[in-house]
Design a protein around this ligand. Structure first.
Ligand code: UDX
Length: 471
């Protein structure tokens, strides 16, 4: 790309979790941003200053930046394309039966923008896309321009993977561990790096805290695309490893929460993503691992660690059902209460949620399942599931209670009240978040993941508070 980029703002195509967070955050750090959304209902909500999904802090950010007139939303992709310097693609790429993300929506967008691209503009992929998508976009656009009889347009393509976690998305975007920009075109990378400068320098309006400069990693296109997949693959592998160790802990009578605490104190291992439980869910980890498998199979290669991570995760959901079966003897006609339907706390997202999968498997065995979740109040995909308005109502008459999402409010449950509501005494802590002794004192039988079933003296690992930093 040799021409200078036209002066203009940023367009973000697709206003899902990623797109909306990126749009509002770029507006906060001073850019003029237009978010493009084709769904009329979502667009109306965004134009009224609200995100079409729950994400802490996002509504406030949209309202605040829209009031400065730096942030607006439209369904006019052509106008947004013509009026920007950098165009981010963050349209949905849901899993397809082939195992690779479905690129249909992305293709439609690329075809429209090809008709309106001008020299010097930069197209950035923000959605998680199969490796090679950057090149595919460049070829698609070039072909479309040629068949339309227009003169060739020099434009850049950059991969800028997003690592934000749902529930912490705004903070993750504004204070990332790293920014990755992949392109075989150095000047296109530079243009996008400039957009990120306030984030790289940690000069965030309204945030006076002092933080170190954020590392910027500039790579080739395919490398950046791979960094995203490899990161999610590794996070998933960490969780599955902890879950495998949990299974072994059950055999030998060890407590996995103390084992992983002991492992995590080794700086080479690190403490995060070692929490054993009923496994990972959500829209990203499973989809990305599946895409890695499919990519590998195109080359005739079997990535065994990735395969194993998926298999352990599938088993982990069944562990709950199997142990309920062993403990209750028969499941048909039993009443089981499930606390937590979201795939993790601080979100209403139920995509590939382990708790829901457990509800489904129990319902298939004719169990009467009543669930409660602080944010999920209905679930079309499982009409037989009863949803209660609070945890105690969900526990009414239950033979067993399963804790499936580690919402912090579940740590403060009144265990005595819960026990009184139930007809049985089994509490299955699928996230190892409760104190087994406190649960037993309230008259429950406690089952955790990878924790001894009978009470025993507390282990010797006690994590001391961090020493105060010396000046
Ligand atoms: C993930 C990645 O973390 C993020 O970088 C990427 O951009 C998108 O995918 P997210 O899907 O929001 O983010 O969820 P995350 O916080 O990673 O949790 C994924 C799942 O793993 C949840 O179901 C969570 O409950 C589970 N988990 C997480 C564990 O079971 N144990 C852990 O130690 C950590």
């Amino acid at each position: 790309m040799s021409e200078r980029a036209p002066a203009g703002g940023v367009a973000i195509v697709g206003s899902g979790y990623v797109g909306t967070v990126v749009a509002a955050s770029f507006a906060l750090i001073g850019h003029r941003v237009v978010g493009v959304e084709s769904d009329p209902a979502k667009l109306r909500q965004l134009q009224a200053g609200r995100a079409p999904f729950h994400e802490p802090g996002l509504d406030e950010l949209i309202e605040r930046t829209a009031a400065t007139r730096r942030l607006s939303f439209t369904d006019d992709l052509a106008a947004a394309t013509e009026d920007c310097t950098v165009l981010f693609l963050s349209v949905g790429t849901p899993p397809s039966p082939s195992g690779q993300p479905d690129m249909g929506a992305l293709k439609e967008v690329v075809e429209v923008l090809a008709d309106h691209l001008r020299p010097g503009q930069v197209v950035v992929t923000k959605s998680t896309v199969p490796i090679g998508t950057g090149r595919w976009i460049a070829s698609l656009v070039a072909d479309r321009i040629a068949t339309g009889g227009r003169a060739p347009v020099a434009f850049g393509v950059v991969s800028n993977p997003e690592f934000l976690r749902e529930g912490h998305a705004v903070q993750d975007f504004l204070h990332p561990d790293r920014v990755v920009l992949g392109s075989d075109d150095i000047s296109a990378r530079r243009i996008v790096a400039e957009l990120y400068e306030p984030i790289l320098a940690q000069r965030i309006p309204g945030d006076a805290s002092r933080r170190d400069r954020v590392p910027l990693l500039e790579t080739r296109l395919a490398t950046a695309e791979m960094i995203k997949y490899a990161s999610n693959g590794f996070l998933a592998a960490k969780i599955s490893f902890a879950n495998e160790i949990a299974r072994l802990c059950e055999y030998v009578g060890a407590d996995v929460t103390e084992v992983t605490a002991g492992m995590g104190l080794d700086r080479r291992v690190g403490p995060s993503f070692l929490q054993a439980g009923i496994g990972w869910g959500g829209s990203c980890l499973g989809k990305d691992l599946q895409a890695l498998l499919t990519t590998a199979s195109e080359y005739g290669y079997r990535p065994r660690m990735i395969e194993a991570s998926i298999l352990v995760n599938i088993d982990q959901r069944q562990v709950v059902v199997d142990r309920l079966l062993t403990s209750l003897r028969t499941l048909r006609g039993a009443r089981i209460s499930v606390l937590g339907l979201a795939f993790k706390p601080h979100t209403d997202d139920t995509r590939d949620a382990p708790g829901i999968e457990i509800c489904r498997r129990l319902i298939e065995r004719d169990v009467i399942v009543t669930a409660y979740d602080p944010m999920v109040k209905s679930l079309d995909e499982l009409p037989e599931l009863r949803i209660a308005s609070d945890p105690y109502a969900a526990a009414q008459g239950a033979d067993a209670l399963v804790l499936a999402t580690d919402w912090s409010e579940f740590a403060d449950l009144d265990l005595d009240q819960l026990r009184t509501q139930m007809s049985g005494d089994l509490l299955f802590d699928g996230r190892n978040m409760l104190d087994p002794d406190a649960v037993r004192t309230a008259g429950f039988r406690y089952l955790g993941i990878g924790r001894p079933e009978v009470g025993q003296p507390a282990g010797w690992i006690r994590l001391l508070p961090e020493p105060a930093p010396s000046d």
